[in-house]
Design a protein around this ligand. Structure first.
Ligand code: NI
Ligand code: MN
Length: 230
């Protein structure tokens, strides 16, 4: 099997290295009090943006303009990025999938909102289901409440699920635990917590609760840590 590297950049920002590709997800780095890297240090080939909020769009414009990375997002966000000078966008919408050089991306539902930082319509919020070159599957939930269709998403057999646990703006630890029961991934990685006081959480406690379910491993990465799917 191929090796894939998942690095938590802080908050909901991740970098997936797979083959020769570097895929950034929700690259909010400037103004992120816990970010472990500066946007200027990254060289993405692709950027996935789950919804329009500033803590997810983040540095997408600067990154995409500088590197020429292809941004994958919903139609409204792609239009907004194009107007800001981003040359390469790939617009999708909920339920749709597309084969990219690094793997297949399907846009999944998320129960949230999506207004862009300047008040523009950010379309529907989403998440991403990734199927990598060797068939392994990663589900990035984005910002969302718990929803029962997670059961359907999990039926594909997830290797990794990346879930928000911060509460207040998204599901909190209790609902994220129920999400794990629906998704049944081999491994769950929590994010979207401890960035600011309203989303402070004890991730180690949550990890213990997940492991007690008995079917899913869980890791509370430190910001900057890389998990290798070998
Ligand atoms: Ni949000
Ligand atoms: Mn958010």
């Amino acid at each position: 099997m191929a090796e894939h590297r998942l690095r938590w950049l802080g908050h909901s920002a991740w970098q997936l290295e797979t083959g020769e590709f570097r895929v950034l997800i929700d690259p909010f780095l400037s103004g992120n009090p816990v970010a472990c890297v500066a946007a200027s240090d990254l060289q993405p080939t692709h950027i996935l943006v789950s919804h329009g909020h500033g803590d997810h769009v983040g540095d997408t414009v600067e990154l995409a303009v500088r590197t020429g990375a292809t941004v994958v997002a919903n139609y409204e966000i792609c239009e907004w990025l194009t107007a800001k000078g981003v040359k390469n966008t790939h617009a999708m919408n909920l339920g749709g999938g597309h084969d990219f050089p690094f793997g297949r991306v399907k846009m999944t539902i998320a129960h949230h909102s999506s207004m862009l930082p300047d008040g523009s319509d950010g379309g529907c919020p989403g998440g991403f289901l990734l199927r990598l070159s060797d068939g392994r599957k990663i589900y990035y939930a984005g910002d969302t409440a718990l929803f029962y269709d997670m059961l359907l998403i999990g039926q594909v057999g997830l290797d990794v699920a990346i879930l928000p646990i911060g509460d207040n703006y998204t599901m909190g630890p209790a609902d994220a635990l129920r999400a794990v029961e629906l998704l049944r991934p081999k491994l769950v990685l929590p994010c979207h917590y401890n960035t600011w006081p309203p989303i402070a959480q004890d991730a180690e406690e949550w990890i213990k609760d997940v492991r007690q379910l008995g079917k899913t491993n869980a890791l509370a990465l430190r910001v900057g840590d890389t998990h290798v799917l070998a």
